[in-house]
Each structure stands twice: as structure tokens, then as C-alpha cells.
Write a protein that binds this ligand. Structure first.
Ligand code: DC
Length: 229
């Protein structure tokens, strides 16, 4: 018999969630959903329209109205039909997304979209609240963490690889600020679900993290062959 599975990967910025979630989804043949990209897309739309990031009502309306699609087989995100994959990665959008994500109405609207995406297929979904709020019944939950210094170094490398300028001190400060906001907000703060496996990726290679997560999935799904789309 085949069974649908939800793999929830939560953790702070720079812990390696996206790289690992994408790889694991590929290995399992399921859909990969980067929920942070959805908050970034709403932040981008708000900034293009000049909406104040403290205007909760307007932000909630935008989040509800936003048509967000992930192009299958790639990590490209379409906002209202437009490919905004590069634009949402600008450092300015990281801070804006973090602010937008503390608005309860925005979370309500995006969580509804995330649940709909995970309702029909097997998915690997990564974010901050997947195991706690979006899919508390997920079959596999991982909390992926890393030392703040290692996370800041990874961010700097990522930005430089893209040809962007990155000041290490500034990146570390911004990451701290975002961590504090994401962990401290009233609605769905970044939190490890009680039944999530804690994994510290500081001293591990992406291959090692991937193997560890695949093992958790195998253990939780008895033989790893139960997946279906
Ligand atoms: O994963 P990321 O860095 O692209 O996420 C951008 C911001 O979105 C992050 O600072 C917190 C927020 N976020 C959230 O609140 N809940 C999620 N499930 C995913 C992201």
C-alpha cells in the first residue's frame, strides 16, 4: 500500500533547510515547498505597491489575494504569474519578509495556501512553523539548527556566490535581528515541535545532513517505499 507523507523541516535562517529540503524531496520524488519564499513574495508585492509593513489589514489582503505557484521541478516562484525568484532573494526582502510574517492575518492566509499544497501530494515543506502549526500531524518532523556563526558564514558565502556584496558583520547582525523577531513573535514563533528530531548541522556536510534526514524518514515510514505522489 502507498501512503502520502509530509516531511516538515523547520529551523532558523542559514541552517541549511532549503538545500537539504530540495535534495530530500528529489530523492523521495515529492514536491518541495519553500514557505519562506511565500512570505518573501508577499513582502515584495507590498513593497512594490508601497504598502506600509505595519499595515496589517492591507498585508493580509495581499497575502490572501496573492497567486503563488512553485514551478514544478525547479525552485522558481511565480507571483501572480510573474517569475520573482531572484527578486525575493535580495537581503532587503529577508528583513521585509520577517516583518510581514509577524502579521497574524498574513500567516492565516499563507498557512491556508500551504495546507492546500500539501493536501494532495507527498511534500517536503520547510519553514518556521511547519511541524507546529501548518502540519502538526506531519509524519516526519526535523528541526534543523546550526551555530549562529556558521549560519552567518553560510549566508555570506551564498550572497558572494551570487556576485552580491556581503559584509560579514552586517550579515551576522541582520541574521540576529531576524532570528529574534522570528522567535519572539506572538503568532507561530519559530519553535521546535515536541515530536521533531533535532539536528545540528554546524559540523556536518550537506551530504551528512541529507543522510541523517533520509534515515529518520526511513525509520518513520517503516521501509521508505510507502511514498506516493
Ligand atoms: O526561510 P526564509 O529566510 O526565506 O524566510 C523569510 C522569512 O519568512 C523569515 O524571516 C521568517 C518568515 N517565515 C515564517 O515566519 N514562517 C515560515 N513558515 C517561513 C518563513
Amino acid at each position: 500500500m502507498t501512503k502520502r507523507i509530509v516531511v516538515a523541516i523547520d529551523g532558523p535562517s542559514g541552517a541549511g533547510k532549503s538545500t537539504i529540503a530540495r535534495r530530500v524531496a528529489e530523492k523521495l520524488g515529492c514536491i518541495y515547498i519553500d514557505t519562506g519564499a511565500m512570505y518573501r513574495a508577499v513582502a515584495l508585492w507590498a513593497s512594490r505597491l508601497g504598502v506600509d509593513l505595519t499595515d496589517g489589514l492591507r498585508l493580509e489582503q495581499l497575502a490572501a489575494a496573492a497567486e503563488i505557484q512553485f514551478e514544478s521541478g525547479s525552485s522558481r516562484l511565480l507571483l501572480n504569474g510573474e517569475d520573482v525568484s531572484e527578486e525575493i532573494r535580495a537581503p532587503r526582502m529577508s528583513q521585509a519578509a520577517s516583518k510581514v510574517s509577524s502579521v497574524a492575518g498574513v500567516r492565516r492566509a499563507l498557512v491556508a495556501k500551504q495546507r492546500a499544497m500539501g493536501a494532495e501530494s507527498s511534500v517536503v515543506m520547510e519553514g518556521r512553523d511547519i511541524g507546529t502549526v501548518v502540519f502538526p500531524e506531519a509524519g516526519v518532523k526535523v528541526f534543523l539548527d546550526a551555530d549562529p556563526r556558521a549560519r552567518a558564514e553560510r549566508r555570506v558565502r551564498e550572497l558572494r556566490d551570487k556576485g552580491l556584496e556581503a559584509d560579514a558583520g552586517e550579515v551576522a547582525r541582520e541574521l540576529d535581528e531576524r532570528d529574534e523577531r522570528d522567535r519572539g513573535r506572538a503568532d507561530s514563533p519559530l519553535l521546535q515541535a515536541p515530536d521533531a528530531i533535532y539536528l545540528d548541522s554546524t559540523a556536518l556536510t550537506p551530504d551528512q545532513v541529507e543522510l541523517a534526514i533520509l534515515k529518520v524518514i526511513r525509520d518513520r515510514t517503516s521501509n521508505g517505499k510507502e511514498l506516493s505522489n
